[in-house]
Design a protein around this ligand. Structure first.
Ligand code: HSE
Length: 307
């Protein structure tokens, strides 16, 4: 095969209490990426969407990830990448990770899977560095592995797939942009021990809740005493949405990645739809444009498609 097309999924990073270490992949929305080998050295990027993302490889999330991969493939001269983004940059549902992860997975299929998933996460993190200034893998790992992932460490890389029960995810994306780099800069660099204790109790509880398929424990553990109080002020209606969605039956939720999207988990599809209506009502009242998605956890991650 000389051309590979993949769908690369949106992801929810942090999962409320697990800043930079927890994430899961979504079945909707997806970016579409098509890659082929090229005789031109480096990465040639063609954007087939309206986002006007950079086409210089070093400045482009996909480009940076593919250049990292190329640095370990001396037999390959270059790639051509056609990118059709459906995941809006700056939305908080892993737009940059979808580009980076999808590109390296597609390239790896083209190269007969010579690299491991861990290698691909390592390459894709170069893309995240372009997007946010730091390497983090809590969007990339779930995009590549599928399901819920725990990043125990990035240096050295240690990714653990976490089993999780059937869950419905409702996302609302208010049409404002929050840059991950800005949302990281406002965070406190020092935290109180009492807050750290609460946070690691919740992270452990959430992981145990996923593994034991204990929906109540998942709900109780979706609490963030460190990041959310700082970042939520950037998102209009955040507190009301969280409160009303939980009253409507959601297990819980919070900021998706660095925002502005908000996600809620529900045990049943019918609840997830009601939660969507609650989100819509609040943003209609506030008068802020938004998009919503009701979806489920994507267990496969980036997948090859036949056009
Ligand atoms: N963990 C990262 C953050 C995710 O919250 O800054 C950004 O997509």
């Amino acid at each position: 095969m000389n051309q590979i097309t993949v769908h690369s999924p949106a992801t929810v990073a942090n999962v409320v209490c697990g800043f930079d270490i927890l994430g899961f992949a979504l079945n909707e929305p997806n970016d579409e990426l098509t890659i082929s080998l090229s005789d031109v050295r480096g990465v040639t990027i063609i954007n087939e969407d309206d986002y006007q993302l950079p086409t210089k490889a070093e400045d482009n999330v996909s480009g940076a990830a593919l250049l990292a991969l190329l640095s370990e493939t001396p037999d390959i001269k270059g790639f051509q990448l056609i990118s059709k983004k459906n995941i809006k940059p700056g939305s908080g549902i892993g737009s940059s990770a979808a580009s980076a992860a999808g590109s390296v997975v597609a390239a790896n299929i083209l190269l007969n899977n010579r690299f491991s998933k861990e290698d691909l996460v390592r390459f894709a993190m170069f893309g995240e560095k372009v997007a946010s200034g730091v390497k983090h893998a809590d969007n990339i790992a779930p995009a590549i592995y599928g399901g819920v992932t725990l990043i125990r460490s990035i240096f050295p890389l240690d990714v653990i797939s976490i089993d999780a029960p059937e869950l419905y995810v409702t996302i609302v994306h208010p049409q404002i942009e929050v840059k991950t780099s800005d949302a990281r800069q406002i965070l406190k660099q020092r935290i109180l021990l009492k807050d750290a204790i609460k946070q690691w109790g919740n992270i452990a509880g959430l992981v145990a809740g996923f593994i034991n398929h204990d929906y109540d424990l998942i709900g109780r553990s979706l609490e963030d005493v460190i990041i959310e109080p700082v970042r939520s002020i950037l998102i209009p209606g955040f507190d009301e949405i969280k409160l009303k969605c939980k009253e409507a039956g959601a297990l819980g939720g919070g900021i998706s990645g660095s925002g502005p999207s908000i996600f809620m988990l529900s045990q049943h599809a019918s609840t997830a739809k009601i939660v969507e209506d609650v989100m819509k009502d609040i943003y209609n009242r506030i008068g802020l444009a938004y998009h919503t998605h009701v979806t489920t956890i994507n267990k496969q991650g980036v997948k090859q498609i036949v056009l």
